[in-house]
Design a protein around this ligand. Sequence first.
Ligand code: C2E
Ligand code: CA
Ligand code: CA
Ligand code: CA
Length: 278
Amino acid sequence: AARAGQETLQLYRPSMGEVYRRRFQLVTQFRQAVEQGDIVVHYQPKVRLSDDEVIGAEALVRWSHPEFGLVSPAEFVEAIETTGSIEILLEHVLDIVLAQIQAWTARDRRLSVSVNLSMRNLLAERFLETVAGQLERYGVPPELLLFEITESSVMARPEVSLPVLRDLANLGVQLSVDDFGTGYSSLAYLRRLPIDEMKIDKSFVQGMATDMGDHAIVKAIVELAHNLGLVVVAEGVEGAETKTMLEKMGCDQMQGFLLSRPLPVDKFETWLKTRASV
Ligand code: C2E
Ligand code: CA
Ligand code: CA
Ligand code: CA
């Protein structure tokens, strides 16, 4: 509990028993939460560095929980990943995101949206069918949908992920390797992946203004991505100095608190308008 008079925010430190109780609750309540509309999507803008144009957004889920408040996906995605609920999450997120892209397209606002995938989603039997079916149902041009999959999960079982990624790419959706730099990529293998984008992990981006090593890593990833013909995105950009450095390196796109935190769709649209008028 927070002590009175303390200035800093007290982190809630649950006991192990509480952690398990909460985790159990999250797993068992998930399906009902989806039905009740408690699982919501926030959007974080993605900007092209060459002209500061907003070209898309990343969809990030949040659980608006009646007891725990807004729960981060960092907590509940991991908790449901071992269950079939992860498939329900993806279908739910796709429903929200595709309806949103459709609405924007109808208003002549061409924005792509990135959706995060768990390895478990990729391995699900009806995965491709679901994605293809939903794209068709919403009549969304496939190239406006991007899927992000982390480097570590792709590289964990490359022989399993490669064929699925190929089929996915054949649907016309774009593919991005998330958290790049934190996994162990085989370069030979990377070259064979049908990917369009590489996303530099925020740990390097956050350190690059002060740490020469991080700066060197970011620079090397930008070059590697370009040599492979990929678009490269920096995530977690918090400072103006970092943005300038990324521009100098020729990094293509950025995301981060410097521009905006992930926002509910109404706030995201307000942000877009305010930005367009300045
Ligand atoms: P991620 O895909 O690496 O997403 C980036 C995370 O960094 C997000 O955390 C975002 O809010 C945060 N972030 C963005 N800009 C900044 C910045 O400038 N500074 C800092 N410190 N952080 C920044 P969030 O929303 O809590 O999501 C955590 C993770 O949950 C995501 O990491 C992703 O792996 C997972 N996730 C989110 N939505 C979904 C989903 O729909 N499905 C699946 N399977 N996983 C999801
Ligand atoms: Ca991501
Ligand atoms: Ca492609
Ligand atoms: Ca990431």
